[in-house]
Design a protein around this ligand. Structure first.
Ligand code: AMP
Length: 254
């Protein structure tokens, strides 16, 4: 059990509190110079780090699939306790990869690194595609437990509690296995300054997409354009309910 390696997928996602702006060109959102966050990936990472701290796992590998900017995301993961990081790097203009492409890239890293447990977030908070874990488990032909609220490693297996409608379900999966993290699994720690400094020296390997022997990432859908919603007009104060009803009638709202 002590030699068990855990792989965690971390995705670079714009923080939910950032006001989303359309980038020049209109085919993407502005991602430069804005705060990034990844709540469910951080929960997945925290669980892996806790398993290692409890002695149930030996090492934690953080993996990101994306552009060179994901190095920052991986450094943050190293500061939160991952031992090593791998970036599957897309070239400028390649992607963005869909969940199938990301799962294929994560699967290639799994084949190389041979972790016994993969933990992903149950969802990212960008496009809410929420399928990467399920697709990866299917590709690997591994047992999966999604939306985990408790994870316990046992010899040769992992016991997972999941929140389901109306109660809790407990599953035991034979290793190797894949788990996706729900909100109540744990509360992620903050990175301390010494750990941020230490993270700069931890190994971060960059592999090219093509270097994994994968076909070029050809997403099945392409974003043709993005538009910001029209600016909202100012509000108006009225003196009484009768005037309010009149106004609403005039503008066709009732
Ligand atoms: P999604 O399926 O995009 O909602 O993401 C669910 C989870 O899959 C995330 O919380 C990550 O753990 C993992 N994941 C998705 N995309 C990536 C990516 N580009 N790189 C690494 N992990 C990812």
């Amino acid at each position: 059990m002590a030699a068990l390696k855990v792989l965690v997928g971390v995705k670079r996602v714009i923080d939910f509190a950032v006001k989303v702006r359309v980038a020049p060109g209109g085919a993407a959102v502005q991602s430069q110079g804005v705060k990034h966050a990844k709540p469910f990936c951080e929960i997945a990472l925290e669980e892996a780090v806790r398993l290692r701290e409890r002695g149930a796992a030996a090492s934690v590998l953080a993996v990101s699939v994306g552009t060179a900017a994901c190095q920052e995301t991986l450094r943050a993961a190293l500061a939160l306790g991952a031992d090593r990081a791998v970036l599957v790097q897309l070239r400028e203009g390649e992607g963005p990869p869909g969940p199938r492409e990301v799962a294929a890239a994560l699967g290639a890293v799994v084949a190389k690194e041979k972790p016994q447990l993969v933990i992903l977030g149950k969802q990212a908070i960008d496009d809410d595609c929420n399928q990467t874990g399920q697709i990866l488990a299917a590709m690997l032909d591994w047992p999966q437990a999604t939306f985990a609220s408790h994870v316990e490693l046992e010899p040769g297996s992992v016991r997972v509690q999941r929140e389901v409608d109306g109660g809790l379900e407990t599953l035991r999966l034979r290793l190797p296995a894949l788990v996706t993290a729900d909100l109540r699994l744990n509360e992620p720690r903050y990175a301390t300054l010494p750990n941020i400094m230490k993270a700069k020296k931890k190994p971060l390997e960059v592999v090219e997409w093509a270097g994994l022997g994968l076909a070029p990432p050809l997403p099945r859908l392409r974003v043709l354009g993005l538009e910001e919603p029209p600016a909202r007009g100012g509000g108006e104060r009225v003196d009484d309910v009768t005037t309010l009803v009149d106004k609403l009638r005039q503008c066709g709202r009732i």
